[in-house]
Design a protein around this ligand. Sequence first.
Ligand code: 5GP
Length: 126
Amino acid sequence: MTDTAVSYDPDNIFAKILRGEIPCNKVFENEHALAFHDINPQAPVHVLVIPKGEYVSPEDFTARASDAEIAGFMRAVGETARQLGLTANGYRLLANHGPDSRQEVAHLHVHITGGRDLGRLLEPEA
Ligand code: 5GP
């Protein structure tokens, strides 16, 4: 078990979505992952892909998840982008972890954004 795994909060909002306690606008689902529209979209298309297991970050996920979970999650990312019609013009994948990234929900998630020119990756330092 990794340090980050210890801090997994089973009452985080994505855990509640996975348990069906709160609704989501689902895009895609497989055995190991769920994709749904972000409640506060930052682009014309903004979807979150989450693993179904209790993982807080990419390093936690890759340390503890099975090969099948990792493959299922990455296949869900690709299939979701395809289903959203983003493959021709492209899209951005982004995963926040920890305070420097301003992660809000401590359950691993990848943002898929697209539908317009997304500009450069990072804002210049103020
Ligand atoms: P983070 O900052 O942790 O990378 O991103 C968390 C994302 O989850 C945010 O973009 C936020 O809008 C989204 N979010 C927070 N609560 C909910 C919710 O209840 N439902 C959905 N669909 N998205 C949520």
